[in-house]
Design a binder for this molecule. Structure first.
Ligand code: PAF
Length: 284
């Protein structure tokens, strides 16, 4: 396995692979890898000759009062996991390498970035779009893999790839969960034992909402109310939002007639967690 921090060296190596007819799968990460990332690496390995994992805690996607400094990091452990999983190249640049002095270009997807998490994290998705555009140009993947815990991120990146004609395919992979339902996230490491127990309320509330959908509930408000009530019953948790939106354009849905994303975010102390499910009503 190669580990590179330089942009030019990375472009050179992946360029050689691509010219030699090899396909490249990119798994973009902010490190502190967990089983969710491993599932993306596995999917990438199954479909590509070479897998590139990027490890970069991207400062442009953190707001001024967010957890950039505190974000968990363990590069040695990450490299061991990548090696074990058959990754061909880890691209782990410094901030200075990624954002050269004088950099002045912005990238963003309007509309989709302003709803759900975007209402509470106004610069977040523009930072994600910028760094992913750069990662796509640096690692030249045929396919790039993203987890659906960040479903909004995936929908935004799909729009970005279409709008800017990036010559690659985005692949979404299912949410990976702890046995008690908590969606895997590097941020789970922040939770105290009490908060960790309380955190299951998020997946429990979403599961209850999903069951209602499957039993025929089509009223978006009834679903968000159910989620709010369940989260409200957990004293350690504070709900930030629960919404039912169309998977087409992320606009709010009052009556479910086609595929929806049901997404929620909550706070446990200083830790913010998100989770969601996608529901497509059976065609009658
Ligand atoms: O999902 C993430 O971990 C990040 O948002 C990403 C896609 C690696 C961009 O920094």
């Amino acid at each position: 396995m190669e580990t590179l921090s330089g942009v030019a060296a990375t472009q050179e190596l992946v360029g050689q692979w691509r010219r030699g007819g090899l396909s490249v799968g990119l798994v973009p990460t902010m490190g502190y890898l967990h089983q969710g990332h491993v599932s993306l690496i596995e999917a990438a390995r199954a479909e590509n000759d070479k897998v590139v994992v990027s490890i970069f805690v991207n400062p442009t996607q953190f707001g001024p009062n967010e957890d950039l400094e505190a974000y968990p990091r363990d590069k040695e452990r990450d490299l061991k996991i990548c090696e074990r999983e058959g990754v061909a190249l880890v691209f782990a640049p410094t901030v200075e390498e990624m954002y050269i002095q004088g950099a002045a270009t912005k990238v963003g997807v309007t509309g989709l970035s302003e709803v759900l998490c975007g209402r509470f994290r106004p610069i977040h998705f523009n930072g994600v779009c910028l760094v992913c555009s750069k990662l796509f140009n640096i690692t030249k993947p045929n396919k790039a893999y993203f987890g659906l815990k960040d479903a909004q991120q995936f929908f935004i990146l799909e729009r970005l790839v279409k709008d800017l004609n990036f010559d690659l395919e985005l692949v979404s992979c299912p949410i990976v969960r702890e046995p008690d339902g908590l969606a895997l996230s590097s941020r789970n490491a922040y939770l105290s034992p009490d908060q960790r127990k309380a955190a299951t309320v998020l997946s429990r509330a979403l599961k209850a909402a999903k069951n209602e959908c499957e039993k025929g509930q089509r009223d978006g408000q009834a679903l968000t109310k159910l989620i709010a009530e369940m989260v409200g019953a957990e004293p350690l948790a504070r709900l930030e939002y629960a919404e039912v939106v169309s998977t087409e354009n992320l606009s709010q849905v009052t009556t479910i007639t086609s595929s929806v994303l049901v997404a929620a975010a909550l706070w446990l102390g200083k830790t913010r967690l998100i989770d969601n499910f996608i529901f497509s009503p059976p065609v009658s």
